[in-house]
Ligand binder design. Structure first.
Ligand code: CAA
Length: 260
């Protein structure tokens, strides 16, 4: 497939998607959102893919937000449609059967911060900067930021960041629980790749089930979440990987899991 705003690479089951509008700091315009949306649909059906890494082109930005030159011409109707397209694309990330890691190499502002939040977890370079500056534009976050940030770091901290449009560095974002790991810029992709390889060595069915149960579980009460967990636990045994994993432990050898 040909992409205008994305770079797509696949190697050993690990896909790297680079958002590629460096002149606009990879800002999310309608075209880029539609391309990424289509690519996510294709990934959902690709059994070879075990982990997805999402990053930004250039050394300055992951994504500097929604494209303000498009926002400037919107009315209430078109803005709602734009937000719906962004939200729907981001919801697909959680629905993918494989983990998606945001590899945040610079500014992750507005829609960029929201995109990183929609991923399963975030690795950030030491020079990454996070924030939701929408209020400075007379707007609010529209790609799920009010919801995902509050769920991730708590409503009060999320509100402070949204109301003040304050930018925070990677280290502070890690203290808040927004970022899993902060890495020197030169080693960021390498660290993310290492984690991706480690995940790719597990059984794909069990990884998928763990992802769905965590995502769905945080939306429901504990009893319902635990119910989903035991159903999924049972489902693990429908894959040969459970027999292989437990058998390999008992035979003191390394498990060899299925490829799909
Ligand atoms: N949309 C469109 N273009 C953008 C952009 C954006 N979000 N962010 C940066 N650019 C463009 C700039 O206009 C500039 O283009 P030109 O070279 O053609 O002038 C180029 O990228 C480089 O940017 P700067 O010269 O501004 O670079 P800087 O280093 O001085 O500043 C920055 C970097 C702090 C990230 C600054 O660009 C900035 O504040 N960007 C906007 C961030 C923002 O407000 N994001 C929220 C958008 S709204 C949103 O996301 C809504 C939503 O939730 C859906």
């Amino acid at each position: 497939m040909e992409w205008k705003n994305l770079i797509y690479e696949k190697d050993a089951g690990i896909v790297r998607i680079t958002l590629n509008r460096p002149k606009a700091l990879n800002a999310l315009n309608a075209d880029l959102i539609a391309e990424l949306d289509g690519l996510l649909d294709a990934l959902e059906k690709d059994r070879e893919v075990r982990v997805v890494l999402l990053t930004g082109a250039g050394d300055k930005a992951f994504v500097a937000g929604a494209d303000i030159s498009e926002l400037a011409h919107m009315d209430s109707f078109s803005a709602r449609i734009f937000a719906e397209a962004g939200q729907s694309m981001m919801a697909k990330i959680a629905r993918l059967p494989m983990p998606v890691i945001a590899v945040v190499n610079g500014f992750a502002l507005g829609g960029g911060c929201e995109l990183a939040l929609a991923c399963d977890f975030i690795y950030a370079s030491e020079k990454a900067v996070f924030g939701l500056p929408e209020e400075t534009l007379g707007l609010i976050p529209g790609f799920g930021g009010t919801q995902r940030l509050a769920r991730k770091i708590g409503a009060a901290m999320a509100m402070e960041l949204i109301f003040t449009a304050k930018r925070i560095k990677a280290e502070e974002a890690m203290v808040l629980g927004l970022v899993n790991r902060v890495v020197p810029a030169d080693h960021l992709m390498e660290e993310a790749q290492k984690t991706a390889l480690s995940i790719a060595s597990m059984g794909p069915a069990a990884i998928s089930l763990a992802k769905v149960v965590v995502h769905k579980g945080i939306e429901v009460d504990l009893v319902s979440g635990c119910y989903m967990e035991r159903e999924a636990f049972g489902l693990c045994f429908a894959s040969p990987d459970a027999g292989e994993g437990t058998g390999a432990f008992l035979e003191k050898r390394k498990a060899v899991f299925s490829k799909s």
